[in-house]
Design a binder for this molecule. Structure first.
Ligand code: ZN
Ligand code: ZN
Ligand code: FE
Length: 759
């Protein structure tokens, strides 16, 4: 020992790191960093996060504390770093300790796409994981869907039943290896095994199963393929007959299928892709990205009939890559019976998908919780989430102010729920429409799982105010003495976009909540709402003028009926030259006339979604909706090619002048795309005018946009641009969907809010 080292002051610090720090290679990273800096000590996973104790020179310890945040592994998200000095205890070694038990408040990583290091090994014939369908490492692979409990260690995953072979165990124990302490790793010798099941032959395994599956796809068969979060139904997207068969079997109407393209270059041959979209497609989350399809897209017409967009994703598991050895584009749609949750267990798949699939390509790594593909699009350079599931869940949203431990159960359509406590809100993956027992069961299972992972024990439950919502009935049934609080539907929409922006709510927002349907405080079906809102409440400043929604669901499924209802409300005749009138039979017209005159089974509605339906039908675009928002989507598609600079005269409170102008244009033979563009332009102009008026009267300057209508790229981009250039701060969704799939976050933000300094 030299004199200089004797003079160096040795210090020991305990550093606690919170955030997404389990299952992302954090302990090995800490180990490597400590060794590099010559520090002794230890690191462990605890319910509070990763705790490292390091001892060495004061300078090295300070460097360590800085780099633990700045150099963290790619999938880690460091939220806080706390450092306290503790008594020095000497020693020269650094140890990784086993996880310390207890209920966790650490954050679990979402499932992520195979990383480039793994892909290089996967493609290398000399590597022992060459073509291994389950290759993974510290930086990639399944997490959320295989974790059964915390702290995150192999026994608490669905890999518990696969003991590591000697080679894998060596990598797992080697601090210098990329698989050091990576829980889901395996290899051909010790890992899960592929299997192909058909009715015709005995099960096949491994490469044989794969070859069989590829042959079947090549011959036009429909396969059920087990992915990260559930089964997909898969067929060759260029095979018109195969896609048509799948459409028939799924009883799907015209609802578009998503496709998976072999790689980015292939995706560019079927859709327009800008740089932001390419980054989203190739990033580690790998959502389905809604892209503008190319006219000569080279995929079967039956993939997305009449739709201007194409939902495209790229392979995100090694198994997907193996499937693409003979294919370029595959249809990949959730393996479920229409409306039911995605199937995730092998046994269930064999039974429930039997009417849909010709064969099953599965494996023996269980999926603990199902997780659908996420869906997103890029609007004006920013991501707009449409379904936030795989790759995103269970990553939390940071809240602007703390909430009590609460469970918000969301809405009945596209249900997601949200657990919150303190500054965190954990939005669940997509659950589905709460209209059958299977979805309710899936909801309960997902809710228990998320409670386990987050350690949140809800003290209150939060629901929509709709008295008939099953989500609300579920909450009331399971309240067990806890308060059940209701939040108005559109207030929740606006609170969700405020919360995801970290908006403090000190000043009210000018909120445009545009959607198809939501229970209003007056019992009407709301949906074209201008609410001046903060988290505590709202004032209904303006709304779309009420018209009759004839026959509830029937009115929603038949845009031509909404067209006629809007004509009636505007005092306009049902001119037989109008496509909407021509679309109805004499009987339908007579029935509707009676219904509207006598107000039978009619509810008053201010729905913006229904106004889109009406205009779409009047313009001759879509009279019957085979899937949600079909009429609006097709109208937007046609309008997208035209400028919005000749908007219809439109005030929200009275749509009659708008209807009059639409009818005049249609009878004059104006192109439906132009009608659509003038309609979109009219809404944007009405929004800007309304916001201007509120600003001059009330001094409010922040605008919030939420509700399912804002999935519309044309409307969202144009209204954001117009409002921003009019000097407003615009809050639009970037983290959670504007649809009812984002409702739970808003419910939580409103009802869970802890009030500070108020009495
Ligand atoms: Zn990897
Ligand atoms: Zn192995
Ligand atoms: Fe809604």
């Amino acid at each position: 020992m030299g004199a200089t080292t004797d003079q160096v002051v040795r210090v020991r610090a305990r550093i606690t790191v919170s955030g997404v720090v389990q299952g992302v290679g954090f302990r090995p990273f800490v180990y490597a960093l400590a060794r590099e800096l010559g520090l002794s000590g230890q690191v462990t996973n605890t319910p509070a996060g990763v705790i490292a104790e390091v001892e060495g020179s004061a300078g090295s310890v300070a460097t360590f504390a800085r780099r633990i945040a700045s150099d963290a592994p790619p999938l880690a998200v460091v939220e806080t770093v706390d450092e306290v000095r503790v008594a020095s205890c000497g020693g020269t070694e650094f140890h990784i300790l086993d996880s310390a038990g207890g209920a966790g408040r650490t954050l679990v990583s979402p499932d992520v796409a195979t990383c480039n290091d793994c892909l290089a090994e996967f493609d290398d014939p000399a590597d022992r994981r060459y073509r291994h369908p389950f290759i993974t490492c510290t930086n990639c692979g399944p997490r959320f869907t295989i974790i059964t409990g915390l702290p995150y260690d192999r026994p608490a995953t669905t890999m518990a039943g696969f003991p590591l072979c000697a080679d894998c165990a060596r990598e797992y124990a080697d601090p210098g290896d990329r698989r050091f302490h990576a829980q889901p790793i395996a290899c051909p010798a010790c890992g899960p095994r592929l299997s192909l099941t058909t009715s015709a032959t005995d099960p096949q395994y491994g490469e044989e199963a794969l070859a069989g599956a590829r042959r079947l796809l090549g011959s036009g068969a429909i396969l059920a393929v087990k992915g990260l979060g559930g089964f997909h139904l898969v067929c060759d997207a260029t095979d018109e007959a195969a896609v048509t068969t799948l459409r028939k079997r799924k009883d799907r109407g015209d609802k578009p299928f998503a496709v998976m393209a072999a790689d980015l270059a292939t995706a560019r041959r079927i859709a327009e892709i800008d740089e932001t979209e390419a980054a989203l497609l190739t990033g580690h989350r790998r959502p389905i990205v809604l892209l503008r399809r190319l006219s000569a897209a080279g995929v079967a017409k039956a993939v997305a009939p009449g739709n201007p967009d194409l939902g495209v994703m790229l392979p995100y598991t090694p198994l997907h890559r193996l499937l693409f050895e003979d294919a370029s584009v595959l249809v990949m749609t959730s393996g479920n019976v229409s409306g039911e949750p995605i199937v995730s267990s092998d046994e269930e798949a064999l039974i429930r998908l039997a009417p849909l699939a010709d064969a099953w390509l599965g494996h023996d790594r269980p999926i603990h919780v199902p997780c659908d593909d996420s869906v997103a699009r890029i609007v004006a350079g920013d991501e707009l989430p449409i379904r936030r599931s795989r790759g995103y869940a269970p990553f939390p949203v940071a809240l602007p102010s703390p909430v009590r431990a609460a469970l918000a159960v969301g809405g009945d359509l596209k249900n997601t729920f949200c657990l919150g406590e303190g500054r965190y809100a954990w939005l669940s993956a997509h659950v589905g429409d709460m209209d059958d027992l299977a979805t309710l069961t899936a909801f309960e299972k997902a809710e228990r799982h998320l409670e386990n992972l987050t350690g949140v024990g809800p003290e209150i439950l939060v629901t929509d105010k709709h008295p008939a919502y099953r989500s609300r009935q579920w909450a009331e049934l399971h309240a067990d003495g806890r308060p059940v609080l209701g939040v108005q539907h559109h207030h929740a929409h606006l609170a969700s976009v405020m919360a995801e922006h970290g908006y403090d709510g000190d000043e009210k927002v000018i909120g445009f909540a545009f959607d198809g349907t939501g229970y209003g405080d007056d019992g009407a079906v709301w949906g074209g709402e201008v609410l001046l809102a903060d988290y505590d409440g709202f004032e209904r400043y303006a709304h779309l003028g009420y018209v009759s929604l004839p026959g509830g669901d029937a009115g929603v499924r038949n845009p031509c009926r909404m067209a006629l209802s809007h004509l009636t409300a505007a005092g306009l005749p049902w001119d037989p030259r109008l496509p909407a009138v021509q679309a109805c039979s004499e009987e339908e017209l007579a029935l509707l006339r009676t219904q509207l005159e006598r107000n039978l089974a009619c509810a008053p509605t201010s729905s913006m979604g229904r106004l889109f339906d009406a205009v779409s039908s009047l313009a001759g675009v879509c009279h019957r909706a085979g899937y949600e928002a079909q009429a609006a989507i097709e109208l937007e598609g046609l309008a997208a090619g035209h400028a919005l600079d000749q908007p219809y005269e439109f005030t929200l409170s009275d749509p009659a002048p708008l209807l009059t102008a639409v009818v005049r244009d249609v009878l004059d033979g104006v192109d439906p795309g132009v009608v659509g563009a003038r309609f979109h332009g009219g809404i944007v102009a009405a929004m800007v005018r309304t916001a201007d008026l509120v600003r001059s009267r009330r001094g409010l300057t922040t605008v919030a946009l939420s509700g399912g209508v804002f999935v519309n790229r044309l409307l969202l981009a144009a209204s954001t641009r117009a409002l921003s250039s009019a000097g407003f701060t615009v809050l639009r969704h970037r983290l959670v969907p504007p649809t009812d799939a984002g409702l739970a976050l808003g419910q939580l933000a409103v009802a869970g809010r802890v009030h500070h300094g108020r009495s």
